[in-house]
Design a protein around this ligand. Structure first.
Ligand code: ACM
Ligand code: ZN
Length: 785
């Protein structure tokens, strides 16, 4: 009893003292490094021991109206989550309980310094952009609740005592959104701009035109949006399987931005220090424009706006017709009146120039201009547009195809087909923005394909984005200076709505933001993925539908060639989660065995695994069937080695792992124009019942199933007997990606050696892109049962 009274008295005493010094006590919270999670990581950061609390009595002191607008991006958030908004005062002085912005000459345009003490927060920069980024950082020093959409009761708005000195590595930190393949409203585009600002990105590349929709109002050519912005609604069908518009069908899917909308978006971006670069595609990817004004194509014939995939792109602008250039100059004139951007993107990618080769006007142009071929005609086209843009004090930027046939003299190159185009342009003294598919294409899968919604058939996980360095290793110092920066591109063939846009962009945008902001020497994946936990909480608070693919368990097979055993390794990109698994096909949960290291498989199994974080399941359940068979980890000898681009390993064909539809996933071996001819040594004579191979057809990538697969067996490795052959009836022209088992039943044969000859299809068939050229044979597994 006495003790209880004593405790009560103590409590009262403590409460009493709190009435007078609570504010101070709150400022004494010591933040650990783990609690400071700024993305992108600042250049320099020193953490103190105390903290500053932003309360309703804290004011922001700024020097001018531009700064008022900047700090309102933060003070405005308090209204929703705290119920009050800090006051913003212009031109006054403060020494206590304030956030003070003051201009300091001589810093970089986007650089800032931020100093937080228990009494005061000060921010210095030379230019508004620097203050804007300082405010973004301060926002991330606050509890994640600041990003919320409702009142966060009982939240103390504490900021750690800290000194930050920060500046970006690159001046071009870009994100491209394709609004043609799927349309996104003005309000959705503004949200994208907010997301970019949050990640300190500064260039929004607006892909306004493509075959499947013209999205910008051009007053002089109203049909561009009356006709070009609309297509038949085939949203229920897979992108590449959508039929062309039939007579009488109404075009109801689409949309466009009026010039007023465009102005609004540009102003919105400007107040977030983001430049908006419009992309006006030419000469290809313009079916929507040609549908509206067929007279500007070579054939001059009407076309429809395609509702889905279109390849190759042959209905392009006529380069021999001066009226085309008048049209384009008119369009660009309206575009330049709207967009203050110093850069105008003119596309230039993926033009199939068959019509140029046929067109009398184009041929005449080739003659009169003394050009050698259609590539040089594209170069003529781009140079002519460049002259026009330069006369209007704008710089032309285009995809790396603009290098073909000779680069326009002052053009900036956006390198997407790898780094090569960018390196070449930099060698010739041109500015470059790197945006290679390998690291920058956010339309690619971000997790194992069988666990993800449909995406473009290639793989770009978060960790790969994080490895992006726009300065290619082959560049010297001079060339490196030409690299303005890098850019992530979100093509939207497989992105039907805004929720899915969020899914594809997040969290990869965070990795891109950091790769472009933070000095290379300071990039550290483990540190980044740790900070991302807080960043994901910010996304949660904002209601962003981000992908959780970093939690998806990915199975890998490891071998012990000596023990001849197959082992299963399980991993996740976010290495801090626990993995729990089963091997009997049952559903895994928190009580299933916890994975710690690769485990050997004694027999075929269905492995299921799930990630667990803070005691809860996160991500999806991974399920993988692994069939051990009689050739598993046996020695394979090759009559013909696989091509050096798809070499696999000595166990690729007998590792129990079948390849995915991504032929570069490492599970495939490929032969170009040649047969696969191998012998497997089963080590002793054993009964054999089935012989099968797993092969790929991906006609668009010139990969065609073998014509025939012949199986032979032997007991001595010298004398082989043919025991059967497998064929199929699959059309080599079929556009579908197929993984196919081709095999024979042999019933209780006794064999030590198995010879498999998979006969390459040979030359591309009539009507195929590879007609008359060598095609590829891809095999991922040879199964002996
Ligand atoms: C592109 O991806 N065609 C630039
Ligand atoms: Zn022509």
């Amino acid at each position: 009893m006495t003790t209880r009274i004593f405790k009560y008295a103590l409590l009262l005493l403590f409460a009493g003292s709190c009435l007078t010094s609570c504010e101070l006590k709150q400022n004494e919270k010591t933040f650990t490094e783990k609690e400071v999670n700024i993305v992108p990581k600042p250049l320099k950061l020193e953490l103190g021991k105390k903290s500053f609390q932003i309360s309703s009595k804290t004011s922001f002191y700024v020097e001018d109206d531009a700064q008022v607008e900047i700090v309102r991006h933060l003070t405005g958030l308090f209204k929703t989550v705290a119920g009050w908004e800090p006051e913003v005062k212009v031109g006054e002085k403060a020494t206590k309980n304030a956030v003070v912005l003051s201009t300091k000459e001589g810093m970089g345009e986007e650089a800032y310094e931020l100093t937080v003490t228990p009494e005061l927060i000060t921010m210095q920069a030379s230019a508004p952009a620097g203050f804007f980024y300082g405010i973004q950082t301060l926002r991330q020093l606050l509890p994640v609740q600041i990003e919320g959409t409702s009142l966060a009761e009982n939240t103390k708005w504490l900021v750690p005592e800290i000194h930050i000195s920060d500046a970006p590595r690159f001046v071009w930190r870009g994100f491209m959104l394709d609004v043609s393949r799927h349309f996104f409203t003005k309000e959705e585009v503004k949200k994208v701009i907010d997301y970019m600002a949050m990640h300190k990105m500064n260039t929004f590349h607006w892909h306004l035109i493509d075959d499947q929709g013209w999205r910008i109002e051009i007053k002089k050519y109203p049909k561009l949006t009356e006709v070009g912005a609309w297509r038949v609604d085939h949203e229920d069908k897979q992108w590449s399987a959508r039929p062309r518009q039939q007579p009488g069908e109404k075009a109801t899917y689409g949309g466009f931005y009026t010039q007023e909308d465009i102005k609004e978006v540009i102003a919105y971006a400007k107040s977030r220090y983001i430049n908006v670069v419009p992309e006006i595609e030419m000469p290809a990817h313009v079916s929507s424009g040609v549908a509206a004004y067929p007279e500007f194509s070579c054939k001059g014939e009407p076309v429809t706006v395609p509702s889905g995939g279109l390849w190759p792109i042959t209905d392009i602008y006529c380069a021999g017709n001066d009226a085309t250039f008048t049209f384009l100059e008119d369009v660009l004139t309206e575009v330049m009146a709207l967009f203050p951007s110093p850069y105008i993107h003119i596309g230039g990618d993926e033009a199939t120039k068959t019509e140029w080769a046929r067109c009398a006007k184009c041929q005449k142009r080739i003659q009169t201009e003394g050009l050698n071929n259609v590539e040089e005609l594209q170069s003529y086209f781009v140079k002519r547009i460049e002259t026009f843009l330069n006369e209007n004090n704008r710089t032309l930027i285009g995809w790396d195809e603009i290098l073909e046939g000779g680069l326009a003299p002052k053009a900036t190159v956006m390198s997407w087909r790898g780094f090569k185009g960018g390196v070449e342009a930099a060698e010739h003294g041109h500015d470059v923005v790197m945006s290679p598919t390998s690291h920058c294409y956010f339309d690619y899968y971000q997790g194992p394909q069988d666990q993800e919604p449909p995406a473009f058939n290639a793989y770009l996980p978060l960790s790969k984005v994080y490895q992006f360095d726009p300065v290619h290793e082959s560049m010297n110092e001079e060339q490196a200076k030409r690299v303005l920066g890098g850019q992530a591109n979100l093509w939207t063939e497989h992105v039907p709505n805004f929720e899915h846009l969020q899914y594809m962009a997040f969290p990869r945008l965070a990795a891109m933001g950091e790769a472009l902001w933070t000095p290379k020497a300071q990039l550290n994946w483990d540190d980044f993925i740790g900070r991302m936990e807080t960043q994901l909480q910010r996304y949660d608070a904002k209601g962003i539908n981000y992908a959780k693919s970093i939690y998806t368990v990915t199975p890998g097979i490891t071998f012990d060639p000596e023990k001849k055993s197959v082992a299963v390794a399980l991993s996740t990109e976010a290495s801090y989660v626990d993995i729990h698994y089963t091997i009997d096909g049952s559903e895994p949960g928190t009580t299933s065995p916890k994975y710690s290291q690769p485990f050997a498989l004694e027999q075929s199994a269905t492995i299921k695994a799930v990630s667990v974080k803070d005691g809860k399941l996160v991500g999806k359940v991974m399920s993988k069937k692994i069939d051990l068979h009689k050739a598993t980890v046996k020695k394979v000898t090759y009559e013909e080695a696989p091509h050096k681009s798809y070499p696999g390993t000595e166990y690729t064909l007998v590792d129990c792992l079948k390849g995915s539809s991504n032929h570069s996933d490492g599970h495939w071996q490929g032969w170009e124009g040649k047969d696969m001819d191998i012998v497997i040594d089963l080590e002793k004579e054993i009964p054999v019942n089935h012989l099968t191979i797993n092969a790929l057809q991906k006609s668009g990538a010139w990969i065609i199933l073998p014509k025939e697969v012949e199986f032979q067996v032997s007991t001595d490795g010298e004398n082989f007997t043919k025991v059967g052959a497998a064929t199929h009836t699959i059309d080599p022209l079929s556009p579908d990606t197929m993984m196919k088992e081709l095999g024979v039943e042999v019933k209780d044969l006794s064999a030590r050696y198995v010879k498999v000859i998979a006969r390459n299809f040979g030359k591309g068939p009539k009507g195929h892109m590879a007609e008359g050229k060598n095609v590829w044979l891809f095999v991922s597994e040879v199964i002996v049962e």
